[in-house]
Design a protein around this ligand. Structure first.
Ligand code: NIG
Ligand code: FE
Length: 407
């Protein structure tokens, strides 16, 4: 007789696998877990015999079960806010103008440098709680508001502490090349060298899962980013980039050159860049929150990405400057309304492709042997999660096989 830790029955299961049905759906299905792993997913008729008295059984009465949501691009450890810049932008200043005048990322760097580890932990914990309450089970967090070794380390250590004290799984990305810190305002190349020097130290402290850069006119050039990618590669760390957000510099092709995990934003990406990504298996991370919040008009090349079969992930980009929007379900709605993604594409973007963007192969779908990370939703079809925003239909959340109390 098979042993299970818990079983969910009478469930519609959006497995997000390639089983031939939209969303990889199994109607009226059953899902069973053991030791934090999915050990059965399929129809009731195929469920092996089990000890019915010893196994908790959840009859979810037609609710939908989806993989835990994955937010594969956030900057959620920061202090302060930029509501003043929001007001400035409403009276005509652009994001680039504010950055050039010493605001933007630089102002968040100042606030974050002044904040203690404990203060950053508390601020970030509230943001993680909001994501959790909306069904998110894995989050990527970038540094990048420290811009010197001590402060980048502080941010990444907060990420580690969060991963120890919060049920959400955290993937840590070093984004030292996010902006030029004031100490290096006349020497960008020296700062790139400094970033390369920070990397081995941070890696040794086990603070880095991947390395990101801001490849942009107001960030760093392709050559500067290449230098950082070389350092990352020499340490065996995967790379990704903020690329083609405001102009087409070729940052996405650079990520592809290094067989990187993802190129993110990519509104200005051209076909050559799309092809390079397709060849390298680099994921396109779409960030409709930043597009919306900055009132951008250049759409990412969705049709080209589809044509060349580049996987599209979707994330919040949660940060105080371009996307102070702490909701992955909101991104589902924005991706469909603004980028014209289908609900199936959008949901793939926050599950299966979100996992790929983080290099994680143990989650993002509901299949045998994968992590038991999933949510049960009171909805009539998966598209409802993209269609409506603001009503939380999440009824149960399981992370690593454990029931999570959702606020
Ligand atoms: O993803 N583009 C660079 N980084 C962030 C914005 C950071 C900020 O403005 O504080 C982004 O849009
Ligand atoms: Fe970002």
């Amino acid at each position: 007789m098979q042993q299970f830790d818990a079983i969910w029955i009478n469930a519609n299961i959006a497995t997000m696998t390639d089983n031939g049905a939209p969303y990889g759906s199994i109607e009226n299905g059953v899902l069973a877990i053991k030791d934090g792993i999915i050990v059965f997913v399929g129809s009731r008729a195929d469920l092996p015999q089990f000890d019915a008295l010893a196994t908790p059984l959840y009859d979810v009465q037609g609710q939908w079960i989806l993989p835990g949501l994955i937010d594969c691009h956030t900057h959620l450890i920061y202090a302060g806010n930029r509501a003043n810049e929001f007001e400035m932008r409403l009276t005509g200043a652009s994001y680039q103008q504010i950055a050039a005048a010493g605001g933007g990322i630089a102002s968040t760097v100042m606030a974050t440098r002044h904040a203690s580890h404990q203060q950053l932990f508390e601020l970030a914990k509230d943001r993680l709680n909001s994501l959790l309450a909306q069904g998110v089970t894995t989050v990527e967090i970038k540094s990048g508001y420290g811009l010197d070794l001590a402060n980048e380390q502080k941010i990444l250590e907060v990420a580690v502490e969060l991963s120890q004290h919060h049920p959400i799984n955290i993937s840590k990305t070093f984004l030292g090349a996010h902006a030029l810190p004031p100490e290096y305002s006349d020497n960008p190349d020296d700062y790139i060298d400094a970033v390369c020097q920070m990397l081995p130290t941070l890696q040794q402290l086990q603070l880095v899962d991947a390395v990101d850069v801001f490849c942009e006119g107001i960030g760093f050039s392709v050559e500067q980013c290449r230098k950082i990618f070389r350092c990352a590669k020499s340490l065996g760390l995967p790379v990704k980039a903020h690329a083609e957000q405001l102009s087409n510099l070729g940052g996405s092709a650079l990520v592809a050159e290094f067989a990187g995990l993802s190129a993110d934003h990519i509104e200005f990406l051209d076909e050559a860049g799309v092809k390079a990504m397709a060849q390298a298996g680099t994921v396109a991370v779409l960030l409709p929150g930043a597009y919306y919040f900055l009132r951008e008009t250049q759409l990412p090349p969705i049709d080209l990405l589809r044509q060349h079969k580049v996987a599209m992930a979707l994330a919040t980009d949660l940060n105080p400057g371009t996307s102070p929007l702490c909701s992955l379900p909101l991104m589902l709605n924005l991706a469909c309304t603004l980028f014209r993604l289908t609900p199936q594409e959008a949901l793939m973007g926050v599950t299966r492709h979100g996992a790929t963007a983080l290099g994680l192969t143990d989650r993002g779908m509901l299949a045998l042997g994968l992590r038991a990370d999933f949510g049960c939703y009171q909805i009539s079809q998966p598209a409802e999660l993209c269609y409506q925003f603001g009503v939380n239909s999440l009824k149960q959340l399981i992370i690593n096989g454990k029931q999570i109390r959702v606020p």
